[in-house]
Design a protein around this ligand. Structure first.
Ligand code: NAP
Length: 515
């Protein structure tokens, strides 16, 4: 039997009392480690985090907590090689794809360390100015934001075990709120290892950071009125979280990041081979293949003018044909595996469904793999689909195939393009490609109400733009509607979720004492 990873709750490392679930290498099919949460005293774990962790964190200022984040960055940086090894083995990702998760995590944490430094030695934040409540200016109202006196429970998806932890934990810990993280079982190892390294370094006060690996059973039952939950995962699990009795009974604040059918749009008037055309083609091929398309922000639908359909199809296909697929340990491989067999089956099923309604323009699913046994490895080459009848291809706008698959769709004019993009019913991100800056600004605004982020790529930022699918801590991450309705990151905006807003009504003399 492989090693059973311990959980960290109640200020102690504790292994579950069951056999545990095995974490499997998706390329070699070998068992790596096991995780189990059976028998943990969850009520005590939550109470410990809430009281010990929360109390100690709130006693510190933002600047003091920011110093701790910066110290955690150093610890994580020191262990990067170990994290890359775990990612290769457990997520089946090539080095560049592991970097999106691991270095993305460290960058996000360091961004919040810097932002926190700027908040100084305060223990709360003022929200806006004092407002007069009557004619006499003496009695006024001042809004304040104070850290919530609860725990932040994080339930994460399998595709970002490192970044998923720190993009949530950084703003929570900076806010003074203790964290209990429950990573997705399939890839829990990297999250567990990062927590272990940071806990062992003794940076945060006891109870500030806890981790439960394995089953989620009983976790949600522990929630109390001042706790918050941040969930990333499928729309189905999101519905379970939202309607959980503890959430409903205690009005627990919940943030949901769910699935999303993101778009890329080539603006009208771009010829084949133009700079904008090339930028779109490059980005679509990249988004389809980075992390084997297992990114919540990945491009799933590509919209181009009718006249451009064939040229774009040919150019994306030509790029995809260069993608070598297989064992991420082989230097020549550009795309590794899907995370496990269940995901491979799910992606194949989703692809099959889409293929009933769309043509297959490029089929990498039958290509040979490098250094990987077809009977064991969970690899799948990229597949570009297309439908000339974008209005009729309903499933293409509805189904998120969480793998290296995207669909090309033609539009008649700008209004038609916007209508089709919005059929995603709310997405994390849309990207726009073109050289007409006025049309680009108009399109960005038109899509803003249905997207958490609109990524606009004009030729002048060809070498500067941060990528359609890359989530930058300075910008909002989340999306309305089917994307879950959540908001994360966006610089200091992320701290709002972990604070309570309250209006203090008092004499001006009292309000000036607030500081
Ligand atoms: P999932 O099956 O919904 O699982 C997500 C998490 O929920 C896992 O930690 C899972 O634990 C846990 N969970 C499952 N059932 C639960 C329950 N009844 N109560 C509490 N927790 C429960 O999603 P996934 O397959 O890991 O992730 C893929 C999906 O996530 C995709 O649809 C993708 O679009 C979405 N995603 C969204 C974002 C975003 O930021 N918007 C980012 C990444 C991924 P176990 O692993 O132990 O089952």
């Amino acid at each position: 039997m492989t090693e059973l990873l311990p959980n960290y709750v109640n200020g102690r490392w504790q292994t579950g009392s069951g056999e545990g679930a095995a974490l499997i290498d998706p390329v070699l099919a070998t068992e790596l480690v096991r995780v189990d949460a059976t028998g943990l005293d969850l009520p005590a774990a939550f109470a410990y985090a809430r009281e010990q962790g929360g109390g100690a964190l709130r006693a510190l200022s933002y600047a003091q907590r920011a110093v701790m984040l910066a110290a955690a960055v150093k610890v994580l940086q020191g262990q990067r090689d170990a994290y890359y090894e775990i990612a290769t083995a457990n997520s089946g990702t090539v080095k560049n794809d592991s970097a999106v998760d691991i270095d993305g995590a460290i960058f996000t944490l360091s961004t919040y360390a810097k932002l926190g430094e700027g908040l100084g030695d305060r223990h709360f934040m003022l929200d806006g100015e004092m407002a007069r409540l009557g004619k006499d200016p003496l009695f006024q109202s001042q809004h304040v934001l104070t850290p919530t006196r609860g725990v932040a429970l994080f339930i994460n998806a399998f595709n970002f075990p490192a970044w998923g932890l720190w993009e949530k934990a950084a703003p929570a810990l900076l806010s003074g709120v203790p964290v209990i993280i429950k990573p997705a079982t399939a890839t829990a190892w990297l999250t567990q290892r990062m927590v272990e390294d940071v806990v062992k370094a003794g940076i945060f006060p006891p109870g500030a950071l806890s981790i439960v690996c394995g089953s989620s059973a009983g976790l949600m039952d522990q929630l109390q009125p001042f706790d918050v939950v941040s969930f990333t995962g499928s729309a189905e699990t999101a519905a379970v979280i939202r309607s959980h009795p503890a959430v409903v009974r205690h009005s627990v604040r919940v943030n949901i990041e769910a699935d999303s059918v993101n778009s890329a749009l080539l603006l009208p008037g771009e010829a084949a081979g133009s700079e904008s055309f090339d930028l779109l083609v490059k980005e679509v091929a990249r988004e389809m293949t980075v992390k084997s398309g297992q990114k919540c922000t990945a491009i799933r639908r590509v919209f181009v003018q009718e006249t451009m359909y064939d040229a774009v199809a040919a150019a994306i296909s030509a790029r995809l044909a260069k993608t070598t697929v297989g064992n991420p340990r082989n230097e020549s491989v550009r795309m590794g595996a899907l995370v496990n067999r269940a995901q491979l089956v799910s992606v194949r099923e989703g692809l099959h469904t889409l293929q009933q309604h769309a043509d297959t323009l490029y089929d990498g699913s039958k290509q040979e793999w490098v250094d990987a046994d077809p009977a064991l490895a969970c690899c799948l080459g990229p597949v570009l689909l297309g439908s000339r009848h974008a209005d009729d291809a309903a499933v293409v706008h509805d189904i998120e195939v969480f793998g290296p698959v995207a669909t090309l769709l033609p539009y008649r004019d700008s209004a038609h393009a916007l209508e089709l993009v919005r059929r995603g019913q709310g997405s994390l991100v849309a990207s726009i490609y073109g050289r007409d800056v006025s049309a680009m600004a108009k399109t960005a605004l038109a899509l803003a109400d249905s997207h958490g982020r609109v990524h606009s790529v004009s030729p002048d930022v060809a070498a500067l733009h941060t990528g359609h699918g890359n989530v930058m801590p300075q910008s909002l991450h989340g999306g309305p509607g089917r994307a879950g309705g959540g908001e994360e990151l966006g610089g200091l905006r992320a701290l709002n979720f972990y604070h309570r807003r309250s209006a203090i009504q008092a004499s001006t003399a009292v309000l000036t004492q607030l500081g």
